[in-house]
Design a protein around this ligand. Structure first.
Ligand SMILES: [Zn+2]
Length: 101
């Protein structure tokens, strides 16, 4: 499974050529850090979108069924009284339904 990071988080690496212990620091080590960061800066961006998190909110309940609404887009679904979150882990809008109620 691929993992993604934000380039901006990498740019925040605390040891940089203009921010290190110049008395005890190793200049070659600093050049190495700068080379890796430059390499990462030039990598192409992956085609990914941030995960949107939501929850199913129960809006109506009958004896055996209930109506739930996506907290992100408002889409409504019918389900058994207790939504089995494993059965509907995502809404059609793409929201991952993992927020606690
Ligand atoms: Zn939705």
């Amino acid at each position: 499974m691929s993992e993604y990071i934000e380039k901006e988080a990498l740019r925040q690496f605390p040891i940089r050529k203009d921010h290190y212990d110049k008395e005890n620091g190793d200049e070659h080590f600093i050049f190495g850090i700068e080379a890796v960061l430059e390499y990462a800066e030039n990598l192409p961006a992956a085609d990914v979108a941030p995960v949107v998190h939501g929850r199913w909110e129960q809006i109506k309940e009958w004896a055996t069924k209930a109506k739930y609404r996506c907290s992100v887009c408002g889409r409504e679904i019918m389900s058994a009284v207790k939504v089995n979150i494993e059965k509907y882990p995502y809404c059609h809008c793409g929201a991952k339904m993992d927020l606690e109620g």
